[in-house]
Design a protein around this ligand. Sequence first.
Ligand SMILES: [Zn+2]
Length: 164
Amino acid sequence: MFCPKCGAQVEDGVKVCPTCGENLEAKTEDVSAKVAELTNTADLTATFDPNDIQNNKVMAILAYLSWLVLIPLFAAKDSPFARFHVKQGLLLAICEIIVAVVFGILTSILGGVFVLWLIFTLIQAVCNIIFFVLSIMGIINAAQGKAKELPIIGKLKILDNVIK
Ligand SMILES: [Zn+2]
């Protein structure tokens, strides 16, 4: 690895840069703390029936596969575990649609200006990468039988009153 301050090559596990004295340990903890903060979302697995989880894993996975969320939405109404994932998957799909529509409009109005087109395209690409990562996390949680909230999306409870 390399020292972030002076760029000198440092052996893995070294806590202080031998060239400039930069404390390398704090930097690593800082980043991992931020990652942990984002990924350590509420895990509500214990509040679900193990049989429900076992029987509805596939339905829960479908919730994160774009429009396939409609299958568990209508076919797994009696499964609280599938419902949990449907709420997150549906919210993710809604966010994807909103981003696509908003940037579609922005690009068609202002896309003639190359710089604006570039900015819109880049922001949209970043959003889509985030959506993709979130859906993968959701699929992994569902496949592992976990009812774990997604970062960002999991905190938005707007569907709680719509889908029981
Ligand atoms: Zn250094």
